[in-house]
Design a protein around this ligand. Structure first.
Ligand code: PBG
Length: 325
């Protein structure tokens, strides 16, 4: 049956009808906010390339998380800006490192909040790479041991979830064994499984003060031209014990999110990265687009592609917007 019997506009006629038949939902509980923590007290350092995002000292971080929880967002992922960087990223796995301090403070102040930590050396190394350098290249196996130390120190501080973003081979199995060996079998691993060597991370590198000082990340992050390889990364991470797999970036990789969602039975996360956020902010500041509508359209698109969880800098605003829709 076709026109005039069938009229697609019938179910679009009112907000009530549109809501009734909407295929995709977006809820605060599905959002995770990335937060940047730095040493000090009362410190709020705005990130020029990411309007509305700031590096915060632990005290202000707790306030930010409180405001977030108040609008229904239940999880955060932490990135640390240490006071000192060195060749092996020592501050990343120091028991009193900045992320470890932040985890303890958040867990004490907001016991219900899910505190996830990013596990990667790039914020802590003076060369800005995600692992240790041997003979001019990032050494995979030497890096694994340091990542395990970092994940363990986060778990000891109280993190319920760790998220390795380094893209070394074998890191998921290494972290799972390390965590289990120390009694942290309840700490889950969200693997940045399909993480591409993307130019969309540009603004984040200002936020995390982590640009590589030489070369780029293409010897460990994925080639932007590949899709099948993403499924292989996901498969391997699951075999090694990942609880959640992630696709990153999100918007230019919606096809990958969909393929991963169709291929596995674990929750799929997608990272709506800094560049995706900053482009919208910049265009909105010019009056060229409507930030709220574009941001929500972006988040719905990521959900429609198949993501269960979205890491996004819009988490708090989106939760507020969704309340008033
Ligand atoms: C660390 C890391 C990066 C991002 C998350 N974890 C940067 C990178 O790999 O260069 C990017 C996040 C964003 O752009 O919002 N390895």
């Amino acid at each position: 049956m076709t026109f005039p019997t069938t009229r697609m506009r019938r179910l679009r006629a009112s907000a009530g009808l549109r809501d009734m038949v909407a295929e995709t939902s977006l809820e605060a509980r599905q959002l995770m906010l990335p937060l940047f923590v730095r040493p000090g007290v009362g410190v709020r350092r705005e990130i020029g390339a990411m309007p509305g995002v700031a590096q915060l000292s632990v005290d202000l971080l707790v306030e930010e998380a409180r405001a977030l929880a108040a609008v229904g967002v239940r999880s955060v992922i932490l990135f640390g800006i240490p006071s000192r960087k060195d060749a092996v990223g020592s501050e990343g796995y120091a028991e009193d490192g900045i992320v470890q301090q932040a985890v303890r403070a958040l867990r004490a102040a907001l016991p219900e909040l899910i505190v996830c930590t990013d596990v990667c050396l790039c914020e802590y190394t003076d060369h800005g790479h995600c692992g240790v350098i041997c003979r001019g290249d990032v050494d995979n196996d030497a890096t694994l041991e340091l990542l395990a130390r970092m994940a363990l120190s986060h778990a000891r501080a109280g993190a319920q979830m760790v998220a390795p973003s380094d893209m070394m081979d074998g890191r998921i199995g290494t972290l799972r064994r390390a965590l289990d060996g120390d009694g942290f079998d309840q700490v889950s691993i969200m693997a940045y499984s399909a993480k591409y060597a993307s130019a969309f991370y540009g603004p984040f590198r200002e936020a995390a003060e982590s640009p590589p000082q030489f070369g780029d990340r293409r010897s460990y992050q994925m080639d932007i031209r590949n899709a099948r390889e993403a499924l292989r990364e996901v498969e391997l991470d699951l075999a090694e014990g990942a609880d959640i797999v992630m696709v990153k970036p999100a918007l230019a990789y919606l096809d990958i999110i969909r393929q991963v969602r169709d291929a596995v039975n674990v929750p799929v996360a997608a990272y709506n990265v800094s560049g995706e956020y900053s482009m919208v902010k910049a265009a909105a500041a010019q009056g060229w687009i409507d930030e709220k509508r574009v941001a929500l359209e972006t988040l719905y698109a990521i959900r429609r592609a198949g993501a269960d969880i979205i890491l996004t800098y819009w988490a708090r605003e989106a939760a507020l917007w969704l309340r008033n829709i």
